[in-house]
Design a protein around this ligand. Sequence first.
Ligand code: FES
Ligand code: FE2
Length: 376
Amino acid sequence: MQDGADWEKWPTYDAAELGFRDHWYPTVWAHQVGAKPVPVTVCGEKVVLVRDGDTVHGLHDRCPHRGVPLSLGRRQFPGTISCPYHGWTYDLTDGKLCAVITDGPDSPISGRVSVATYPVVERMGLLFVWIGTLAEGEEPPPVERDIPAELTDNAFVLGGRTEVRDGNWRFAAENGFDEGHAKYLHNTALWRLFKVMPTWNVTRIVEQDGWLVRVQDEVHWEAEFPGVGSFTNKRWWKRMPLPDRPGRNGDANPVIAGLDLPGFVSIRLPGILRVAYPQFVHYEWYVPVDADHVRYVQLMVRFETGAKALAFKAKYLAAIRWLFHGQFTAQDAWMVDVMDSPPERLYRPDLSLTAWRRHVEQAGLVLQPTAPRRGH
Ligand code: FES
Ligand code: FE2
């Protein structure tokens, strides 16, 4: 199995430069979309997010007339957006051209052209956009399908970041689930003052509830390499055991214990990583932007309400946001940006990568085509 990469091929995965259709993807925070329209790119599709009261609409960010981005447009009439070039004006609900300012009220083209619209919903303060194919009048599946179940079934408090980073989404996903780097690359992260990691593990990957879970059967805090020297991830502060069975820890949060996870790190489609500590869970979404960019959405979640939730929020803003969601994951961004792969020569811990690729390969997903999609 560890040498699987020598013979295995992942043609679907290799072709998934822009990810997969028929999924909901998180984008920006809802509060970031105000009076001004906000352009985002998801799976290579340019979308403009436009707020109209409490509702945020998603339209293809390209005027069919001459291709000017509608995100540069004007909000001149209620419920519409007008292209800044010649004033073609589109209804936000269905994308129909409803007035053509520079061609008079009887413009023959009015009502005959429309821009594609995108379903948008808000969850956890984030705007999720549906990228997929829908028949006339068809509704997309509920967004909850593409959100970890524990986040839809429980009360929690969260802190998070959403930003576009360099690198393809698959490199970012692989980095997230990559076992070896956590113990070497992040050896220098300040976050490690609080969370200590082993030097090497004996690992296997199991599938549970749609997630691939990395199970650590053996944990080695230090090792002697013959003729080279010794390496340890131990520190002068109290050594903390890895919560590789969060459910078994006496002090684990009940929601996290209830997940009964056999391992610390897990990943699922369409590209969501979960790192479960006994008291909180870190999630990250790898949303395809274009071939060379990924939207990296990090959420730190604590399943608490009331005073404990407020205390966490303060701790997040004061420290976690900078230590973990900043310096620590910036190390990941650095590697995703500088790596040059393929070709590649995998090693034993890379069974996490091959398991993930195999999982994606076999999931029967609809590839997002790499040629730019046009509105209609
Ligand atoms: Fe948009 Fe002409 S390009 S109205
Ligand atoms: Fe990392």
